[in-house]
Ligand binder design. Structure first.
Ligand SMILES: [Zn+2]
Length: 356
């Protein structure tokens, strides 16, 4: 465990260091510094002056540089958020091992370079060539290893899509998502019940005296519930993403400005910390499996303010208005559905389009 934590820390350190170099370089020279240059500085200067980094798998450190690079690619190409510094305080941590690890299903262990034997409970066995392994710690403090396996199967070719076979998906405020067909999709009742229960248990923890046994017991109950919530959320997202991918040839989404959203309390609460991005991830890999397409439009598209019928730009409109009448064509809009239709329209218009 000590060495796993050391790897979390070292990879975070390298990531943050590299991000800082990139920002500095850009401020000073308006030029960017490449991953290969960063790698050279890391190996020649940073590692020799930081002994503790030598105890860490150097390939994991290089993976951090690659992660940062793909963060920047996403930022420029898909207009996703600018890469952020990683915090030590965040419970969720991870690092990658590109190769040289051994999985032993019979013994129930994984042998990791510079870390050694780790006992593991396998979710399932796999055949094929193991690629990158990712070691992570969840919000609830559990440790996971996820292993990417190349099973030699080619992904299917992308299928054609058109207006009729594309669906627009918008993050709802009251609902999890609203579709361009007008359908509203909510989390199942059992999930909502668990969220209610979370509030109750949270209160119980805060009422107990710090350091007491009772507080510890209450905390354990809360942790157990967090795990249940996360399972329920995942289950729901798997089912929904599977359905959307099966029923449509292309799914259109808006890249979300999560930072901007925290200003809107209700919206942030409805979406939950990273629930939306984990949903998008599920959609993306399922799309790849079944030869479907994910279309994304940038955050700058004024999808909230445009009438999907006549294209009128209603500049005074904010997220506060749940319903509005278009001053131009007099159509009544439900804001969420109007946005979902616009997301579909804009993404098909080839505006700000990024096909994955
Ligand atoms: Zn209109």
């Amino acid at each position: 465990m000590k060495f796993i934590k050391l790897h979390f820390g070292a990879c975070r350190f390298v990531y943050n260091w590299a991000l800082e170099q990139k920002i500095k370089m850009y401020k000073q020279t308006q030029k960017s510094i490449s991953r290969f240059d960063l790698q050279k500085i890391l190996v020649r200067e940073i590692k020799p002056s930081n002994d503790w980094l030598k105890k860490v798998n150097s390939q994991s450190l290089l993976s951090s540089l690659m992660n940062l690079e793909s963060g920047f690619t996403k930022f420029f190409r898909e207009k996703e958020g600018f890469p952020k510094f990683k915090s030590k305080k965040n419970q969720v941590q991870s690092f990658q091992i590109p190769q040289h690890y051994i999985v032993d299903f019979e013994m129930g262990i994984v042998r990791l370079p510079k870390i050694g034997k780790v006992k593991a409970v396998f979710h399932r066995c796999f055949e094929g060539t193991p690629k990158t392994a990712t070691v992570s710690r969840s919000r609830t403090g559990e440790y996971y290893i996820s292993i990417l396996v190349n099973n030699g199967e080619e992904l299917p070719e992308k299928q054609q899509f058109s207006e009729i076979s594309t669906i627009g998906v918008n993050v709802g405020i009251k609902n999890f998502a609203v579709l361009s067909t007008g359908e509203r999709i909510s989390y199942p009742k059992c999930f909502k019940n668990s969220l209610q229960r979370e509030k109750v248990l949270q209160k119980r923890v805060s009422r107990k005296i710090k350091g007491s046994k009772n507080r510890e017991k209450a905390k354990q109950k809360l942790t157990k519930l967090h795990k249940k919530i996360s399972n329920q959320r995942n289950d729901f997202q798997h089912k929904l993403s599977f359905r959307l991918i099966c029923e449509n040839q292309a799914v259109a989404l808006e890249t979300l400005n999560v930072k901007g959203m925290t200003e809107n309390h209700h919206l942030a609460q409805a979406i939950g910390d990273s629930a939306w991005s984990s949903f998008v991830t599920k959609l993306e890999y399922k799309a790849a499996w079944f030869g479907k397409t994910i279309l994304k439009i940038g955050q700058l598209e004024p999808s909230t303010k445009i009438c999907n019928n006549c294209g009128f730009h209603h500049s005074e409109l904010t997220l506060k208005y749940r319903e509005w009448e278009c001053p131009e064509c007099k159509i009544n809009h439900d804001s969420d559905i109007n946005i979902a239709i616009n997301i579909k329209k804009f993404s098909l218009q080839d505006q700000n389009l990024a096909v994955i």
